[in-house]
Design a protein around this ligand. Structure first.
Ligand code: DGP
Length: 117
């Protein structure tokens, strides 16, 4: 079964794609938490960081150069942005196809809200 992101990458489901090459695809998050909220996704299915392999290091590094390009394209390279990867249940990962959130366009506040124990 293809993941929902694979279907977007193949053009089988609609999405606003802002960048695509033979290794990664970047598209707007359907539930944005900020004015800019883009998902940068490898074209191959890697469930999450627990599954990454040493031979995928070039691909994983490429996700960062694409993040740089997309941040510039979206006009937030200088104002700043956050890159975030959820991994597993405690993180709230919903889609088990590795993806980097690129979030910006406003002051983002603390990375994780401190919880009173
Ligand atoms: P995560 O919790 O890190 O697994 O984030 C999954 C994100 O994917 C979440 O912010 C919403 C987004 N998302 C889920 N389904 C779709 C979809 O069909 N299209 C788009 N563009 N984004 C989606």
């Amino acid at each position: 079964m293809a993941t929902i992101f694979t279907k977007i990458i193949r053009g089988e489901l609609p999405a606003t794609i802002v960048y695509q090459d033979d290794q990664v695809t970047a598209f707007k998050d359907i539930h944005p938490v900020a004015p800019v909220h883009i998902l940068i996704v490898p074209n191959i299915e890697i469930p999450n960081v627990n599954s990454v392999e040493p031979e995928q290091e070039a691909l994983l590094g490429h996700m960062f150069t694409v993040a740089r390009k997309v941040a510039e394209q979206q006009g937030i390279a200088q104002s700043g942005y956050r890159l975030l990867i959820n991994n597993g249940p405690d993180s709230g990962q919903e889609v088990y196809h590795l993806h980097m959130h690129l979030i910006g366009g406003r002051r983002l506040g603390p990375m994780v809200v401190r919880r009173e124990e």
